[in-house]
Design a protein around this ligand. Sequence first.
Ligand SMILES: CC(C)(COP(=O)(O)OP(=O)(O)OC[C@H]1O[C@@H](n2cnc3c(N)ncnc32)[C@H](O)[C@@H]1OP(=O)(O)O)[C@@H](O)C(=O)NCCC(=O)NCCS
Length: 186
Amino acid sequence: MLHAVLIMIPDNDRSLPGRERMRRQREAAAKALDESARLSGLPILSWDRDAAGVPVFERGVCWSLSHKTSVAAGVVATTPVGIDVEVIEPRNPALWEYVASAQEQTLLTDGDWPTFFRLWTAKEAVLKANRVGLSKLDVCRLVAAPTPSCAALAFEQSPWSVTFLASERILTAVAHKGAEVAWHRA
Ligand SMILES: CC(C)(COP(=O)(O)OP(=O)(O)OC[C@H]1O[C@@H](n2cnc3c(N)ncnc32)[C@H](O)[C@@H]1OP(=O)(O)O)[C@@H](O)C(=O)NCCC(=O)NCCS
């Protein structure tokens, strides 16, 4: 069982300096990781990143975090895992072309923003689980039509499952190799 933890960040808005906003986001993400580790019976680590910003794994513990202005998310596991959180809101329509190949677009029954963000968060979560950035977006592919609760993807031929939680306008995706996901709000 994977324990994914979401933490809302009240009053973190554009009236604050960017550095302070980011400090709050990272602090909330670290708390989410602490709680996920506690729920999973795994050690609470220092959640360090390397010089490129990639999470450093220690003691056989894999982890992933994500943060936006109003929300942070974290998940800790003994196998590769990735998490992404986004606020569902209209974006530049040109992003569709960037995120979804022509073949993937044929799998998507809707062209609405919730559908777009399911694909976006699923790919981000799979890329993070593989500890790579957007330069590998092209080898991260949807393999079947996603549902509101899950999606199947492949990264360089290797299959990945993604589980979603949608709550109001916040969508969270966890990428894993076939686990159950329990969602928590701390
Ligand atoms: C680096 C990237 C993972 C950042 O994603 P993001 O959505 O901007 O930000 P998130 O808050 O969700 O994730 C940031 C966290 O990812 C982690 N991260 C960074 N590089 C990572 C990597 N190579 N592998 C795994 N995790 C990584 C870090 O912990 C980082 O947190 P920190 O900045 O506090 O150290 C990357 O995918 C990116 O630049 N995305 C930009 C958004 C975009 O264009 N998405 C296209 C849709 S598919």
